[in-house]
Design a binder for this molecule. Structure first.
Ligand code: ATP
Ligand code: MG
Length: 217
């Protein structure tokens, strides 16, 4: 099967779409996805709609430098769950770019690599929730990040982001249907034996049941 047919890219040349054309507007949805949930999927879908994106690439982190390594689920499990959750949407695909890169994951490296893969003509949109965008704004290399991609900050219940102090023209704040779901809460619910049906796609519930993920923490 080709990369396009599987919806899974292993990096390398610029990905073509099913009709053979190259995408011109590409969303990048980075996350730990531990596990991926409907809040992630709704944000990606809504931003794709609002900005007329050709595709959204989900990029599960390798070793997130902000999170305690011992507490993050192995990257292959997070990657597989992201593939399962996005498999039915032809606009969504998953990239292993961060999983396969050794060392801690930095968004700057990812955006540089994506820019090199897609070339200068493609518009890249980096999609984040309000909490993640707030954190990114405090990074020291933020100017280069904003040159590599347009940033889209989505509202997220419990996290407020105002547009004061945002660099002009580099960041858009958008309203997406609000879903008060977090991966931490999903993990906690599994640990306590509470259901996560309808918070995450059905395939993710089954994957978690099958593997026994999140039973202990
Ligand atoms: P955790 O609780 O483990 O931090 P999370 O639910 O925040 O997990 P992440 O993988 O950390 O999920 O988030 C990936 C991206 O998705 C981030 O930009 C985050 O802000 C965004 N995001 C997560 N949940 C939502 C949500 N419910 N609505 C909108 N954006 C979200
Ligand atoms: Mg988070």
């Amino acid at each position: 099967m080709t990369e396009q047919a599987t919806g899974v890219s292993h990096g390398g040349s610029s990905p073509a779409r099913r009709d053979g054309s190259a995408p011109t507007k590409v969303g990048i949805m980075g996350g730990t996805f531990d596990p991926v949930h409907h809040g992630h999927l709704v944000a990606a879908s809504e931003v794709a709609h609002l900005f007329g994106l050709d595709e959204v690439v989900f990029v599960p982190t390798g070793q997130p430098w902000q999170k305690d390594l011992d507490k993050v689920t192995p990257s292959e499990d997070r990657y597989l769950m992201t593939v399962i959750a996005t498999a039915e949407n032809p606009q969504f695909r998953v990239d292993r770019i961060e999983i396969d890169r050794s060392g801690p994951t930095y968004t700057l490296d990812t955006l540089r690599q994506m820019r090199a893969t897609y070339g200068p003509e493609v518009d890249l949109y980096f999609i984040t929730g309000a909490d993640a965008l707030g954190a990114i704004l405090s990074w020291h290399n933020v100017d280069e990040l904003f040159d590599l991609a347009h940033f889209v900050g989505c509202n997220r219940p419990g996290h407020h982001l105002s547009d004061t102090g945002l660099p002009e023209g580099k960041v858009s704040l958008v309203e997406v249907p609000a879903l008060a779901i977090s991966s931490s809460e999903c993990r906690e619910r599994v640990r306590k034996g509470e259901p996560i049906w309808y918070l995450v796609p059905d395939g993710i519930v089954r994957y978690i049941n099958k593997t026994g993920l999140y039973l202990e923490s």
